[in-house]
Design a protein around this ligand. Sequence first.
Ligand code: MG
Length: 381
Amino acid sequence: MKVSAIIVAGGRGERAGGALPKQYQNLLGRSVLAWSLEAFAAAGVDDVIVVCASEHEALARTAARGHRLRFAAGGATRTASVRAGLALSLDADIVLIHDAARPGLSAKMIQTLIAEINDGAVAVAPALPIADTLLRTNAAGAVDAELDRRNVVRVQTPQAFHGDVLRGAYKRAGSDSVFTDDLSVVRAAGGEAKLIAGDPNLMKITHPEDVAMVANLLNGERIVCVGNGIDAHRFGPGDFVTLCGVRIAHDKGLIGHSDADAGWHALVDAILGALGEGDIGAHFPPSDARWKGADSERFLRHAAHLAEQAGARILHVDVTLVCEHPKIGPHRESMRTRTAEVLGLPLKRVSVKATTTERMGFLGRGEGLAAQATPTLDRPV
Ligand code: MG
């Protein structure tokens, strides 16, 4: 008996905000789409068809790393997209159709749905009761009736179908017809729908704030971690220094294996510290010729990437530069801007400041320059 899953990832997801469509956004260390793929794999469903916008296929392939999939090009509507997926699953005895925007899918839910079809149902979906009062409004938005919520449910996905029944129902529906789900297509063709208990974790990501809500549902416990990093570099011959990504003319240079950007080195070390990921030397050994003269932007992007992979969010960073010269004040805003750009943070969550040691010690004598950084991260326990 062949089971195929069709995951509808065709939406461009404008409503959910973010640079990427919602199904490819990061959710606790993996893409929203990957959560559903892992559930299907865990449930033993090995034929999975992802229907996505053709221009997003590369994104979907990246999001699906490690999973074997087939792809279909999405249509103008959800109904057209499912139709495209069905065209690739003509021999499936059971077809499950799922929205990629519902990442809280469990293998148990998939197995329960398949068991219902094996027991003779033709169309099954999870559904939840409604706790809120339901009011009907008229075209002007005024309340005109109260609905009996006892007779109303919220229907989720995945929805499971007897393959022939679903394909027959799509054939009967006009090619331009539009439905909000597939149970409705089968019902329109006279098929009987069965509902089983839904799962609150299957909430659909629609609005920008939903990503954080789903993350809370799927991984309740998070902690705030504060990292700490310190770096120092010795002055040497040269006519500029690079600090927090900004090149500043100076009568000396900084000596280092890379570009000697002590500000960003301290910050990278501190982010690694908050993640428990060792130190900058372990990730970019000074013995490795690849990092000779390297732009420290690369190190900072690496630290930010590790944070993302770990499902962490950098909330705020504070960098303090310690030196008598060069004067940091005139360059402070450029340093904040560059750091905010690389970390993808709003400017107000990036602080760069400077101090001196009142001419005491090696910093006071101008032998070198030091930096300290303190980032705050929100991450899974
Ligand atoms: Mg350094």
